[in-house]
Design a protein around this ligand. Structure first.
Ligand SMILES: Cc1cc2nc3c(=O)[nH]c(=O)nc-3n(C[C@H](O)[C@H](O)[C@H](O)COP(=O)(O)O)c2cc1C
Length: 321
């Protein structure tokens, strides 16, 4: 099940998506332990990284035990991209990814993210800058185009500029997160794209991940929201793909993962441990009885220890039922 991506060998085709505000190192490490073959930082500002701004360096911190890791940059200026990509190499990233898909106004206003899809020449120059600074091929994550599938006009230039893989979130910029991801567009891209294609959008189960691989022919599948609260989705998908019966996740595994995660998050300080433990508890309880009470209580908790205690008694009660 090994696959090659930008010079790396991954041990499965199931990858954890970059999620701003979420995919900090502890959450990434949990996904790696849950079977994600590759994890991404959230998008990091090329400007901030090239200037070594402290808050950007915090987002770009790489832990040795999470490899392989892709560091994702956003920016509009090829020179800044070059400097930031060189810095990413120093920081220990294994892959450099360029964000050409973010639809947020504050990113588009800078000419970065999905705004680059509206200007293929500029996109190409930004990717070339990244590849030059990185010193080798990079990967690109993008959407279909502004309001239709423009990939045939955009992707060939990106590949020439040094894109060694294309990850497609199969929505347009205009769609934001509305509607359905268009998996047929992933299959269309795969049919002619000269580099590996990573499919992305609306995979919410292990079965869905395998279905995307089979329906679109893509080389790898990236899972974002479907992995929140379910970092084990990656190994279940790998089991299914290999024809093995996936093992269900028990309540005590969720309880242990919460504690394991808080311990990891503490490496980055108490504030991050509180923030991420709250998020994790809320995700882990989603769909279970009493989830809304837990959400409220987690919101009021003042320390990560309190969040852990809440989670412990919640899961112990459920197990006792
Ligand atoms: C909260 C949130 C933050 C995101 N942040 C990023 C980001 O930093 N970089 C990026 O390329 N995509 C980002 N995305 C998009 C996801 O990586 C992914 O493309 C999208 O959620 C669709 O995949 P999914 O249906 O599996 O979640 C974000 C999405 C969400 C919901």
């Amino acid at each position: 099940m090994d696959m090659q991506l930008a010079g790396l060998t991954l041990d499965s085709p199931f990858i954890f998506a970059p999620l701003a505000g979420v995919t900090r190192a502890p959450v990434r490490l949990l996904a790696r332990r849950g079977g994600a073959a590759l994890v991404y930082t959230e998008m990091v500002s090329a400007m901030g990284l090239s200037l070594s701004q402290p808050q950007t360096l915090r987002l770009a911190r790489v832990w040795p035990d999470e490899a392989p890791l892709a560091l994702q940059l956003f920016g509009a200026d090829p020179g800044r991209m070059r400097l930031a990509a060189a810095k990413a190499r120093e920081l220990g990233a294994d892959i450099l990814d360029v964000n050409l898909g973010c639809p947020a106004r504050k990113v588009r206003r800078q000419g970065a993210g999905s705004a680059l899809l509206d200007s293929p020449e500029r996109a190409r120059a930004v990717v070339a800058g990244a590849a030059e600074g990185w010193g080798g091929p990079v990967t690109v994550k993008l959407r279909l185009g502004f309001d239709r599938d423009d990939l045939a006009e955009i992707v060939p230039g990106l590949v020439e500029a040094g894109a060694a893989a294309i990850c497609l979130h199969a929505r347009t910029t205009r769609q934001g997160f509305a509607g359905q991801a268009d998996w047929a567009a992933i299959a269309r891209l795969k049919a002619w794209c000269p580099v590996p294609v990573i499919g992305n959008g609306d995979v919410i189960s292990a079965e869905g991940a395998v279905a995307m691989l089979k329906q679109t022919g893509c080389d790898a599948v990236m899972i974002g929201r479907g992995a929140l609260g379910d970092p084990w989705i990656f190994s279940r998908a790998a089991d299914l793909l290999a024809g093995r019966q996936p093992r269900p996740v028990s309540l005590s595994e969720r309880r242990r993962a919460l504690a394991e995660h808080a311990e990891l998050a503490l490496r980055e300080g108490e504030a991050l441990a509180l923030h991420l433990s709250r998020l994790l508890l809320i995700w882990f309880c989603k769909g279970l009885p009493g989830a809304s009470e837990i959400r409220r209580a987690a919101g009021c908790a003042r320390s990560w220890r309190e969040v852990l205690r809440l989670g412990d008694s919640y899961f112990a009660n459920l197990e006792a039922v």
